[in-house]
Design a binder for this molecule. Structure first.
Ligand code: 5AD
Ligand code: SF4
Length: 468
C-alpha cells in the first residue's frame, strides 16, 4: 500500500509503512490513515524495516487472513527489538477487522503491539499515536461511531490517480450465517448525498476519470439528499454521471437482494456505468442459500443476470462462491456448478468455507470435511478458470476504450483497464496516462489482455504534429 507525503509538501520527518489485506474498503481506509498521519510528519516508507510506524490493516473474513496477521506480528517484533537496541522506536498498530473482532486478544497475544484500532476509529489515530509515542501502554479503540468517522477524517487525497475509490456505505445488517462483517464493521450506514458528491467532484478535479463507489453492501445505500428526501443508489449514479470529466462509474460490492429494478435499468441508461458487476451469489443451491441466510434463491440470481444483460448486452458478471458451508451435500455442490454453467462468469472468487468464531454457521452441525471442501473447490475453480479464459479470449478482436493508468511492465508499454476491469497493455506514449483511448484487443492472457491503439486522444495527436 502506498502511503503519502505530508499534505503541506514538506519533507516527511517520520516514515510510515502500511500493509493492507482484504477488500477495497481496507485499501481506501489505508489511504485515509496515511492522510490523518501526514500532518504529524509521516511520509511513506518502502519497507517496514525503515519505518517509524507500521500499521497492519487487517482482514478477518477468513481464518487464514487473521493468522497471517499474527505471523507478521512475530516478524515485526524482531524488527522492533532490533530498532530498540539501536535506540530507535517503532510504533506498531493493528487496524481493520481483526483489530475490531479481537481487540484485547491481540495485545494479550502480541504485547509488543502499541495500538489496536477498529475501522470506525481512524480519526482518533493521531491522538493514539501521540500517546503510544509517550509509551503510555497499548491503546485500544474499537468503538462504533461510524458517522463520526466520516465527519472527522480529513478529506481523502484528491489525486488518487485516474481510478479512484469513494466509500459511500459501510457495515452490513444482513447477517449471512458465515460472515463476520456485521460484527466487525457494524450496522449499515450510508453517507449523505452532499458529502459523496463533494468528494466525487474533488476526485475528478484531481484527475479521476473513473470512480468506484465502495461499500460492504453498496447497493443497499440509501442516502439523505439535500432536499431531505432519501435517494437510492440508482438515483445517486444518475447524479454522478452528470459530473463533467467523469468517464466511468462502478460500484462494489452488491447483494442480489438489493438489485432493484431501477438499478438494473440504470445499467442500460447510464453510459458511464461500466458493463461489469461484481455480484456475489455464494452458492447455487436454494437449500444452502437458505442455511446461509442469504435471503435470495438461485432463481432470483438468474433473473437479475438476465435483466442486466437485457439492459446492457455487453454486461459481464463476477461473483464470490463458498464451497463446503455446513450441511452442503454433493447435490448442493452440483447446483452451484449448474448455476455457474448457466450464468457464465467473467471473473470469480471462490473460497473454502472457514468457520469464524461467533458466527451462526460456526456452531452448526454437519461441518463438511476438509478433503470434501478441497475437492469441491478444485472442481469449481476449474470451471470458473475456464469461463474466465473464454471471456478473455472472446474479447480478442473487440474495439473498446481503455482508461490508462501508467506505464506497463516493459519499456514503451502503457497499462490500463478495460470496461470489464481486465488489465490491458498497449505500446504507446507516456502521455496516455490518465486518459482513455480507443483500442482493438489483440491477444488474451490468463489475467490480462494486450491491444493496439486505434485513435490517439486529440490532444496527443496535436502535440505530435507540433514541432518541439
Ligand atoms: N468462509 C469462507 N469464505 C467467506 N467469505 C466470507 N466469509 C467467509 C467464510 N467464513 C467470502 C464470501 C464473501 C467474500 C468477501 O469472502 O464469498 O463474498
Ligand atoms: Fe457478510 Fe452477507 Fe453482509 Fe456480505 S451481505 S457483508 S456476506 S453478512
Amino acid at each position: 500500500m502506498d502511503t503519502q507525503a505530508p499534505a503541506d509538501g514538506s519533507t516527511p520527518r517520520r516514515k510510515l509503512f502500511i500493509r493492507t489485506w482484504g477488500c477495497q474498503m481496507n485499501v481506501y481506509d489505508s489511504g485515509r490513515m496515511a492522510d490523518v498521519l501526514a500532518p504529524l510528519g509521516y511520509g511513506p516508507a518502502e519497507t517496514p524495516e525503515e519505518a517509524d510506524m507500521v500499521i497492519l490493516n487487517t482482514c478477518h473474513i477468513r481464518e487464514k487472513a487473521s493468522e497471517k496477521v499474527f505471523s507478521d506480528l512475530g516478524r515485526l517484533r524482531q524488527m522492533k527489538e532490533a530498532k530498540a537496541e539501536a535506540g530507535q522506536k517503532m510504533v506498531l498498530a493493528v487496524a481493520g477487522c481483526v483489530a475490531q473482532a479481537e481487540g484485547r486478544e491481540i495485545t494479550n497475544r502480541a504485547p509488543w503491539v502499541d495500538i489496536v484500532l477498529g475501522p470506525q476509529t481512524y480519526h482518533r489515530l493521531p491522538e493514539m499515536v501521540a500517546r503510544a509515542a509517550r509509551a503510555a501502554g497499548a491503546q485500544i479503540d474499537t468503538d462504533f461511531p461510524v458517522e463520526q468517522k466520516f465527519d472527522l477524517l480529513p478529506q481523502p487525497r484528491a489525486d488518487q490517480g485516474p481510478i479512484a475509490f469513494l466509500t459511500i456505505q459501510e457495515g452490513c445488517d444482513k447477517f449471512c450465517s458465515f460472515c463476520v462483517v456485521p460484527y466487525t464493521r457494524g450496522a449499515e450506514f450510508s453517507r449523505p448525498v452532499a458529502a459523496i458528491v463533494a468528494e466525487a467532484k474533488r476526485l475528478v478535479a484531481g484527475g479521476a476519470r473513473e470512480i468506484a463507489l465502495l461499500g460492504q453492501n453498496v447497493n443497499a445505500w440509501h442516502g439523505e439528499a439535500p432536499d431531505g428526501s432519501t435517494w437510492s443508489l440508482s438515483r445517486l449514479l444518475y447524479e454522478l454521471a452528470e459530473l463533467e470529466g467523469l468517464e466511468r462509474l462502478r460500484y462494489t460490492t452488491s447483494h442480489p437482494r438489493d438489485m432493484d429494478a431501477a438499478l438494473i435499468r440504470a445499467h442500460g441508461r447510464i453510459p458511464q456505468l461500466m458493463p461489469f458487476l461484481h455480484l456475489p451469489v455464494q452458492s447455487g443451491s436454494d437449500r444452502v442459500l437458505a442455511a446461509m441466510n442469504r435471503g435470495h434463491t438461485a432463481d432470483l440470481f438468474y433473473r437479475i443476470a438476465d435483466q442486466l444483460r437485457e439492459a446492457r448486452p455487453d454486461m459481464a458478471l463476477s461473483s464470490d462462491f463458498i464451497v463446503g458451508h455446513p450441511g452442503e451435500k454433493a447435490e448442493d455442490h452440483a447446483a452451484t456448478m449448474a448455476l455457474v454453467e448457466k450464468v457464465g462468469f467473467a471473473l470469480a472468487y471462490s473460497f473454502k468455507y472457514s468457520a469464524r468464531p461467533g458466527t451462526p454457521a460456526a456452531g452448526q452441525p454437519f461441518q463438511v470435511s476438509e478433503a470434501e471442501k478441497d475437492a469441491r473447490l478444485q472442481d469449481l475453480q476449474t470451471l470458473l478458470r475456464q469461463q474466465q479464459d473464454e471471456f478473455n479470449r472472446a474479447c480478442v478482436g473487440r474495439e473498446c476504450d481503455i482508461l490508462f493508468t501508467g506505464p506497463g511492465r516493459h519499456p514503451g508499454q502503457m497499462a490500463g483497464r478495460s470496461p470489464w476491469l481486465q488489465p490491458v497493455h498497449v505500446t504507446g506514449p507516456a502521455e496516455l496516462a490518465g486518459r482513455s483511448a480507443r483500442v482493438k484487443i489483440a491477444a488474451a492472457f490468463p489475467n490480462s489482455l494486450s491491444a493496439t491503439l486505434l485513435d490517439m486522444p486529440p490532444l496527443l495527436a496535436l502535440k505530435e504534429l507540433t514541432p518541439a
